[in-house]
Design a protein. Structure first.
Length: 255
């Protein structure tokens, strides 16, 4: 069941969203050549603690996971698409990193993700990351009252496929509110004019995931969490929490 949020609830979610933006900024700042993924997670924990916020990621265990998630952010490097667990891996020049972060504050959740290259970027990685954000922008632009979930999915998929990238099947965005994952699901590919109508008060986490080699195939690591491109190509992930309002889409996790 989709839970519509009041205007005051959306304002409260915006406060959570600001914390998420600060978490991502801290993780991005910590992501220098030689830094470990553990250090990015620690930087994120410090921001959450300072804000009096919690993490919806820490100890989260969905049906597919063999163990609870042990960190407050996901760090997915190079061929990892999403759900990467922060480890002692030290970042190298040219690594492509996706950081997915969440926060809970005053009973409301926020969720957002960024991708970037550490050190000197390869042109193909810049194009991949830029396309991920372009797909996110397209999805947000379609998130207007009167459209449908399929319009968001179609907008994202058109950008991704048009650039020649793959889309991992079965993974996409979701509703968000009191819990990090709520109804409805928001696919990253679909047919326009189909699916649930968008209404004022809906809040969605919109999150394109792209596989650089063009394949849709992926597999899970032995950790049961990290999803990797089966062709070994690099991947990118971008996400914002977005409120559907009569005045247009409102990004709640913007800096």
């Amino acid at each position: 069941m989709v839970q519509l949020k009041t205007d005051s609830s959306i304002e409260a979610m915006r406060e959570t969203g600001r914390v998420v933006a600060h978490v991502l900024a801290a993780a991005r700042k910590a992501a220098v050549v030689g830094a470990s993924l553990h250090e990015l997670d620690e930087a994120a924990r410090e921001v959450l603690h300072a804000a009096g916020a919690g993490s919806p990621f820490l100890h989260y265990r969905p049906h597919f996971a063999p163990t609870p998630f042990p960190a407050v952010i996901c760090t997915s490097v190079n061929d990892a698409i999403v759900h990467g667990i922060p480890t002692g891996y030290r970042l190298r020049d040219g690594d492509l990193v996706s950081v997915d972060a969440g926060a809970t504050l005053n009973g409301w959740a926020g969720d957002s993700a960024i991708s970037f290259v550490v050190g000197r970027p390869r042109p193909e990685d810049v194009r991949l990351v830029d396309t991920a954000f372009a797909a996110l922008d397209a999805g947000i632009a379609a998130a207007v009252v009167g459209n449908r979930i399929g319009d968001i999915a179609h907008a994202i998929g058109t950008v991704c496929r048009g650039a020649g990238y793959g889309i991992p099947d079965g993974f996409g965005g979701h509703g968000i509110g009191r819990k990090m994952h709520e109804d409805p699901s928001v696919p990253n590919e679909g047919r326009p004019g189909r699916g649930m109508p968008l209404r004022h008060g809906m809040v969605l986490a919109i999150e394109p995931m792209l596989i650089g080699g063009g394949t849709d195939e992926f597999h899970a690591d032995l950790d049961g969490w990290t999803l990797r491109a089966s062709d070994g190509s690099r991947a990118a992930h971008a996400e914002h929490t977005v409120a559907i309002t009569d005045a247009g889409p409102r990004i709640l996790t913007a800096p």
